[in-house]
Design a protein around this ligand. Structure first.
Ligand SMILES: [Zn+2]
Length: 243
């Protein structure tokens, strides 16, 4: 499994997920066409599908332009996002599995940030990755625009059950701000201090902080570490105004 990170807009990440055994490629999220098309051309790839994580325009605005330019005929999103994800051709249900090249893919319905959020869990032998959109960020979670703290808590639990070595690829580079908040919530968490040092080094060199892993998120992420939905909700409200 090869994953190309495509930064676009101010701090978004799209991804090209390549199965090197079969030469197929999927695009995760398309808020802006030019950077995606440039990355596809640079790496000589032939994507055949767009996997949309959720309906927000910074993740889907270029779906139709990218599909047209690359002759892509399949765009997946959650069944409840029908009508909100441009160009959607396939409606995914929670837990639905499908194969793509040599990958096994499972669509996890993870409401909270939006009600139709999907995380794509991709495995190939002992390699695993999950594309979490704006639900799970490195050291954070998305704002609760549509769902409740209970929705987000349950989504965090579902993601927490993935194997610890699963690499986490999220929708934005928010890591340093998220870790500042994590350190405020848990000042004595040594894993958070270590993560801050790693993130600083990466960002100073202009590198993305993605991927992390599910194990790292379990050790550092104040939303994945919340004991219950009430605690998650309190932390989310504090984070909304945290500077
Ligand atoms: Zn979003």
């Amino acid at each position: 499994m090869r994953i190309e990170i495509v930064p676009y807009l101010k701090d978004n990440y799209g991804y090209l997920v390549v199965c090197e055994k079969t030469n197929v490629c999927a695009i995760v999220d398309t808020g802006e066409a030019a950077p995606i098309l440039a990355a596809v051309a640079k790496h000589g790839l032939s994507p055949s599908v767009i996997w949309s994580t959720h309906h927000h325009p910074d993740h889907t605005a270029a779906n139709e332009d990218v599909a047209k330019a690359l002759k892509i005929t399949e765009i997946t999103a959650h069944t409840s996002d029908r009508g909100r994800v441009p160009g959607q051709t396939r409606e995914l249900r929670d837990g639905e599995t499908f194969s793509f090249g040599s990958f096994a893919v499972r669509a996890l319905h993870v409401p909270g940030h939006t009600m139709g959020a999907v995380a794509y869990f991709v495995s190939d032998g002992d390699e695993r990755a999950v594309f979490t959109g704006d639900t799970l960020f490195v050291a954070g979670c998305g704002r609760l625009f549509e769902g409740t703290p209970e929705d987000m808590f349950n989504s965090m639990r579902e993601l927490a059950e993935l194997p610890g070595d699963t690499r986490v690829y999220c929708g934005h580079e928010y890591t340093e701000a998220n870790l500042r908040f994590a350190a405020n919530v848990e000042p004595d968490n040594a894993a958070v201090s270590a993560a801050i040092a790693r993130a600083k080094t990466k960002r100073a060199g202009g590198a993305p902080t993605v991927p992390s892993t599910i194990a790292e998120e379990l050790a550092t992420n104040p939303f994945m570490r919340a004991k219950n939905a009430v605690e998650l909700g309190q932390r989310r409200s504090r984070k909304d105004t945290f500077k």
